[in-house]
Design a protein around this ligand. Sequence first.
Ligand code: NAD
Length: 790
Amino acid sequence: MNILDRYHAMEYGPAPEARNEADAWLAARDFGKALFIGGDWKAASGGKTFETSEPSSGKLLAKISDANAVDIDAAVAAATKALPKWSAASGYQRAKVLYAIGRAMQRHQRLFAVLETIDNGKPIRESRDIDVPLAIRHFIHHAGWAQALDKDFPGHKGVGVVGQIIPWNFPLLMLAWKIAPALAAGCTVVLKPAEFTPLTSILFAEICERAGVPKGVVNIVQGGPEAGGAIVNHPGIQKIAFTGSSEVGKIIRKATAGSGKKLSLELGGKSAFIVFEDADLDSAVEGLVDGIWFNQGQVCCAGSRLLVQEGIADALIAKVKTRMSRLRVGSPLDKNTDIGPLVDATQLERVKGLVAEGARQGAVCWQPDAALPSSGYYHLPTLATGVSPANILAQEEVFGPVLATMTFRNTEEAIELANNTRYGLAASVWSENVNLALHVAPQLKAGVVWVNGTNMFDAACGFGGYRESGFGREGGREGMFEYLAAKLPLGQIIKPATTSAQPVEQADGSAIDRTAKLFIGGKQVRPDGNYSLAVATAKGKLAGEVGLGSRKDIRDAVSAARACRGWPEATAYNRSQVLYYLAENLSGRAAEFAARLTELTGASAKAAREEVEQSIERLFLYAGLADKFEGRVHQPPARAVTLALHEPVGVVGIVAPDSSPLLGLISLAAPALAMGNTVVAVPSERYPLLATDLYQVIEYSDIPSGAINIVTGRSAELAGVLAKHDDVDGLWVFADAETCAQAEAESVGNLKRVWSGNGRGLDWASDEAAGDAFLRRAVEVKNVWVPYGD
Ligand code: NAD
C-alpha cells in the first residue's frame, strides 16, 4: 500500500500501551496477603482466595485473599483504634495527608491506568484520561474540605468509622469518591472493592503507606458478598456508603434499618438521553458515543434510553448507525480502541440475555458489521429501535453497550417518557435552545442533568440519584454532609404508644361535641373505616374523638399530596407569604391552642403559651427561609457551569412526636412545606386534637388543597403504610425505636429517603431543632451542567 492508498484508507495501526511495569508489579506482589488492615498486609484468616482475571483474554491475573467476618472485625478494630487521633487532627494535618495521596497517585498515574485497564477491560484512553485524573482530583479537592470543615460545617463532626463497598465499573474512581470525603471529615474507613477488580485498590493501599496515612485510617479488605455483608452488619461501624446495584442496595437498606447507621446508596440507573429537533445532531451523536458506549455501557449513569423527537428520528438514527460502524472494538490496551471487553463472562451472558429478551418483546436490535476479537468478553455496540416503553430494554439497567430508542412528539411527552422509570440518576438534554433545555431539566426526575453534554463529573459537583437510584450525594459540599453528623438536641427516648382502645372516662363538660375528621386534599373527611379514636385529657377524661386513619386514608392523602401542583410550583416568595399568613392566623388563636395544650398534656399555662409562641416563631422562621435556602453555582475545571439546584423531595410523610405535640409537628412540617414539598402528616397519636385544630387554621391560610394532609390514628401502623407507599418520596419518623426501624426496613420499595429519630425525640424547643439541618433534609440537590463556548 503506498502513502496515497494509506491516506485514503485512513486505517488505524495498532497503538498498544506498554504493560511491562504493570506486569512487573503483578509478578512482584504476594496477593495471598492482600488485606490492608491497620497498615499491615494480611492473609485472609480463613485461608481463602478468589481469582481476578483479564477480561480481554480470560487469563488469570492473581489469586487474592478473600476476607471473612473475622478479617472485617480486625479491620473495624484497626479503624476504631485510629479514629480518636485522626478525628482530633487539625484540618491542616488531614489536608496534608489527602494532598500527599493525590500527589503520590500522580507519580504513579500511568501504572494505575494500565492496571485498571488490564483488570477491568476499559479502554486505556478512558482509564488514562478520565478515571485516574478524576480520582486524583478528588483527593486534592477534598484536602481543601478538610481545612474548611470548621468554617463551612459548624456544629458538625465526622460520623466515625465508615464501611464502604464499591462496584467494579470504576474501581479506582469509586474508591476515591468514597475515601477522600471520609478522610476529609475525620472518619476512618474500611473499604471493600468489588471482587472482579481488586488491583488498583491494592496499589492505592501502597500509596497510602507512602503518603504517610496513619496506620488504621484506611483499611482495604478484599472479598465478595460475605465480606460486604460483614461490613454492613458490623456494630462498630457508624456509616455505610454503598455503590452498586439497586438489588444489593435494598438488601443493605433492610439490613441497616434500626441500627442508627448513616447510609448513602449510589445505585443503578436507566438514564434518558433526550434529543430535541433543534439539537446539533452531530454533537448529539458524539454525546451518545460517550453516553452509552463509554466503558462499554457499564456506567450507572449511561444514557441508555435515547428519546428522540419524531421529526428527526430517521436522520439521527442513520447518523448513529454510521458512527457505530466506526467504533473500534478491540484490545483495551490499544490507544485507538473505543470499546473493550465487558468485565466478565457472567456480565457478557447477562447482556446477551437482555438483548435477546428485548428482541423477543419486539425491539429491532441492530449491530454494526464488525469482527470481535477471538478471545475475551466482547459485545458489539447494539442499537435497539421500535422499543415500547414497557420493553425490558427500556426498563431494566442492561449495564452493557446497548442503546434503546424511543420517539416523542412534544416536550411534555419527552418529559413523561424520561420519567417513566423507577430510577432517577441522570439525564442529558440536547437542544440549541437553552431556554427549552433549562425548562426541561428541572422537570426530570434525576439527580444530574447534562445540557448538550453527558458524563461530566467533578469532585466539586455532587453526584447521586433519586428513587431506586438511591439517596445521598458524592462530591462537593453535599457529599461532605454524608460523612458528617449534625449535633441535634436529643430529646427523650420514645416509648411505644399504648394501644388501649377507649381508655377514657366521659367528661361532664361540653368538650365532647364533635369527632375531628381527617384533613385530605383541603377537605375534612371521615376516615374510610368509620372508626374513631378517643383522646384523653391530662386528667383521663374524654377530650374528644378523632378519625382512626387507615391504609386507604393514607393512600388518599398521598394522592392528594401528589396531585397538588400549586405548592411545589409556587415561587419561594409565594410560599413564604403563605407560611407567614399561617403564622399570623395561628397567632390569632394562640390562647385557644395554649388552653388545648394544657387540657391534653397537663402543661402549665405558661409552658403551653410558650409552646404556642415557639410554634408561631418557627413558622415565621421557615417562612423567612423559604426563599433563602438556595442552591449554588459551581465552576468545575471545564467550560461549563454547574447549577446545584435545591428541589423539593416530593411527597414527604411525617410521623410527628407526642412530645411538644404542636411544636414538634410544626418543626417538621414547616421546613418541608417551605421547600415546596407536599406533606402527609400523622400527628401525635396521643394528642392529635392539636393537629385537627391546626387544620382549621390551615383552611383559611391560602395553603393550596393537598399541600398538607393530616391523617390521625395509630402512629406505628400509619408509619408502616407511608413507608411502603411507593409514591411517598421522603419519610420523617419520630416515634419509638421499633416503629422507626420498621419504617426504614419497609422503605425499600422505592428506596425513599427516611429520616428517623431512631426512637429518640428531639428537644423541639431548642433553637438547634430548626434551620439548615431540617431544610437540607427537605431538598434534593440536582446538579445541572450547562456547557458554554462556541
Ligand atoms: P453489586 O451490587 O453486585 O456489587 C457491588 C458491591 O457490593 C461489590 O463490592 C459486591 O461484592 C458487594 N456486595 C454484593 N452483595 C453484597 C451484599 N449482600 N452485602 C454487601 N455487599 C455486597 O454491583 P456491581 O455489579 O458490582 O456494580 C454494578 C452496579 O453498580 C450497577 O447497578 C451500577 O449502576 C451501579 N453503580 C452505581 C454508581 C452510582 O454512583 N450511582 C456508580 C457505579 C456503579
